[in-house]
Design a binder for this molecule. Structure first.
Ligand SMILES: Cc1ncc(CNC=O)c(N)n1
Length: 221
């Protein structure tokens, strides 16, 4: 059997898990407008703290990029870091609107687990190929999930439009395609062992994204 690209093969082989992570009931509740404000606030509190760890992770991906990478490839990651700065600013502003006190939040277990996984990927024993693969998929799950909330028949509440546009916009989708190309280029010449490690890290990303949505959609009180 002729193998395709890493990313296409991965999504094909893990279709059910990918589908579960990108068609979650939490996202469906945003899309149909039935979402409870408490659940949205819970997601936002937890995600802000996830993103703080994610900044370090993306920085580690940049540091691991091979020295002979084309500048335009480095700039894709740099652009990702730049976007995270405005994302952090946006989170603070949004938190203010929703009366969330970000500094008082306690991390829930699924978020702790996800952050611990990111920390592991940040370590120098995780190769660039593995880290960039996980990076691509983390962004893709958010992109595909939130894109569904912008479809013509979606009834996303107007207060949540800025949230879904952040990750569901055509620009963000473009960015995930650029990351996908970086991954496929990096994995094409990687050893079988690194390909396997990258595959395993991506499976873990899907499991953790799924648990993160479960946590956000959990009905309080
Ligand atoms: C849990 C999770 N996964 C992916 C993203 C999207 N990346 C950066 O914002 C996110 N914010 N949170």
């Amino acid at each position: 059997m002729e193998a395709g690209s890493f990313t296409a093969d991965f999504l094909k082989q893990n279709h059910d898990l990918y589908s579960a992570a990108t068609n979650h009931s939490f996202i469906a509740s945003i899309r149909d407008g039935s979402i409870d404000a408490q659940n949205f606030k819970l997601w936002m509190e937890q995600d802000y703290h996830f993103v703080r760890e994610f900044v370090r992770f993306v920085a580690s991906v940049l540091v691991k990029m091979p020295r002979d990478s084309p500048e335009c490839d480095v700039d894709i990651i740099l652009g990702g870091i730049t976007a995270l700065e405005s994302e952090i600013t946006w989170f603070r502003k949004e938190a203010n609107f929703w009366q969330i006190f970000l500094e008082r939040v306690t991390l829930l277990q699924p978020n702790k687990d996800y952050c611990a996984f990111l920390k592991q990927l940040e370590g120098s024993d995780t190769p660039f190929t593995v880290a960039i693969s996980a990076f691509w998929l983390i962004e893709l799950v958010y992109c595909v999930s939130f894109m569904s909330c912008l479809e013509k028949d979606a009834k996303t509440p107007f207060e949540l439009i800025s949230t879904v546009k952040r990750w569901g916009s055509p620009e963000f989708h473009d960015y995930t395609l650029k990351l996908m190309k970086l991954v496929d280029k990096a994995l094409e010449n990687a050893s079988k062992d690194e390909q396997k490690q990258a595959h395993e890290a991506c499976v873990r990303v899907l499991e953790l994204e799924l648990k993160f949505w479960d946590m956000a959609g959990f009905v309080l009180g």
